[in-house]
Design a protein around this ligand. Sequence first.
Ligand code: HEM
Length: 125
Amino acid sequence: MSEAKTLYQQLGEGPGIASVVDRLYELILADETLSPYFVETRLSQQKGHMAMFLAAATGGPNGYKGLDLDAAHAGRGITDADFDNVIGHAATALTEAGVDAETIGQVAGALMPLRAQVVTGEAAA
Ligand code: HEM
């Protein structure tokens, strides 16, 4: 008998998530619609916080010590389109890491409810 794996385990636990997060920020910084948000960001710290956040959000250890997501994104003017693009890049990074489509759908499902905490800007007209 085998227990169902958590999403965290399916992503390769800490090391799997860390490499997906590395690739995610490569894709974000190469996207000229997203990179301006991160000009003042200390990337190594940001990646660490994102990896810890994702571990907790996927059923892994809860070691996240960063800001609440509302506080982290307040006043940045992030739009719905930005949010969708980041989710899209996350799906690309997961696909490249060999994660199957069903699992990617589950990760997206875990992130989608966070939209209201992240999006604070107007949609482009
Ligand atoms: C589900 C989607 C997202 C998640 C889970 C997420 C998660 C996080 C986390 C954990 C932090 C770190 C907070 C801290 O260090 O205390 C953060 C900061 C930040 N996020 Fe997000 N984020 C998401 C979407 C976005 C989007 C769409 C944008 C903009 C395109 C964005 C831009 C930023 C910026 C600019 C920071 C601050 C970086 C800094 O400290 O310089 N995030 N986010």
